[in-house]
Design a protein around this ligand. Sequence first.
Ligand code: NAD
Length: 381
Amino acid sequence: MRVGYAGHTLIIVKNFIKSRFCLLLYGGGLVLHKVGVIGYGYMAGWHHSNSNRIEGLQFTSAYDIDPERLKAAEAKGLKAYASREEFLAKGDFDIVLVATPNNVHMEPAIAAMNAGKHVVSEKPVAMSSAELEAMTEASVKNGVLFTVHQNRRWDKDFLIVRKTIKDGLIGKPYTIESRVHGSRGAMFGWRADKEAGGGMMLDWGVHLIDQIMFMIPEKVKDVYCRMFKVKTPDVDDYFKMVITFESGLCAQIEVGTYCLKPLPRWYANGDSGSVYIESWDCQGKILQAKVKDEKWSHDVVAKTAAGPTRTMAPRTKEEIKEVPLPEIETDWADYYTNILAVLDGRAPELLVKPAEAMRVMKVMEACFKSSETGGTITLGI
Ligand SMILES: NC(=O)c1ccc[n+]([C@@H]2O[C@H](COP(=O)([O-])OP(=O)(O)OC[C@H]3O[C@@H](n4cnc5c(N)ncnc54)[C@H](O)[C@@H]3O)[C@@H](O)[C@H]2O)c1
């Protein structure tokens, strides 16, 4: 069964109305929503320690298979459970955050939804589109909310490029490059293990593909990808991919863990300008041509010792207008605030929808297939 998102939201709202009176009302009538964590590792600790910024949200409980992590949860004031059945049956929470290794998202998420809990899953939401389909079906069947922590939609560098393109500041875009270059070549623990869902496509690719697909509201025509195992024998620790959209716009995404000279985080070209952002510190510029369509001149020449070029002669500074990057305010807390608003019937829909996660998942599957077969994979999604 395919799951439509509009119906999904309706079911959630109906379910909320049923359960609203079971939840604690506090200050100004806001409903307090409580979170139980499955997998209290590094990222769950991050969610927990940032949750005090979100009004109406409280982390109460944790389940983990590692006794040390249960001790860590207790030390941070959570009720710790060594049995998942007991956690789901007795825990004092209505939302479950699934923050286990990548290959352990589907099964606990479905168990939590079958126990009537809303689920926030860490990214990548699942290992395949078939797994994600099963998770979405469980959410619809149980009338509970289900979303994915695609937190990098709140990254400032991303939002600056999105606004630059949306406001037409580089004209009609024809290429967008998005990359993350690490230099340490180090992948550790389950991230270096293929079975556990390790590798850069599932780790960083999922963020960068989600950003590009959120930024460009077009169908994906096809996908091409090459993956390498440079320093990590079992998983991709470098990949380069190109998404071609229906209009012909190409987005190149590159993630590497062993690139000693990092290239700009963002670089995009349109038919009247370019934009670049060096890094997460958001240093960069928009460059616009003062004259949009140049007249050909034999007088403008660049030379190497081996020959001249008129086509590639660079513009002078006077021929280029430098425009500062747009100002952006962003707050990651809006991710959870939206979830609470949907649960309480104050917002019509989730900011991160399962149907969007499904498109990203299908693009990632196409990337693995493209890299294996050496071909371009037609999608039309
Ligand atoms: N959105 C982001 O910015 C971001 C950043 C880092 C990690 N993540 C994601 O968060 C998830 C966790 O990553 P991490 O870095 O916290 O890993 P981690 O190894 O630090 O934590 C995982 C935890 O899950 C526990 N665990 C393993 N199997 C379990 C099971 N069957 N049941 C219950 N607990 C189990 C482990 O004991 C560990 O405590 C991954 O999916 C990862 O991709 C997201």
